[in-house]
Design a protein around this ligand. Structure first.
Ligand SMILES: [Zn+2]
Ligand SMILES: [Zn+2]
Length: 58
């Protein structure tokens, strides 16, 4: 409970996590718990085209 400051992405919510890649302090919304990365790093870590939001249906 020693994390202080605001999320470095939205700058509106209290930072609760620290990105393991860039060290950014981010809020719960902008932290990918499964990856341990902030939203920015998680987006860059995504395989393939991050802009492709289409999901192929069965
Ligand atoms: Zn945030
Ligand atoms: Zn990061």
């Amino acid at each position: 409970m020693s994390v202080e400051g605001l999320c470095q992405i939205c700058e509106s919510r209290p930072a609760e996590h620290r990105c393991e890649n860039c060290g950014a302090l981010v809020c719960d919304v902008h932290f990918e718990g499964g990856l341990g990365l902030c939203a920015d790093c998680a987006a860059q870590a995504q395989p393939g085209d991050a802009d492709d939001t289409d999901i192929h249906r069965f």
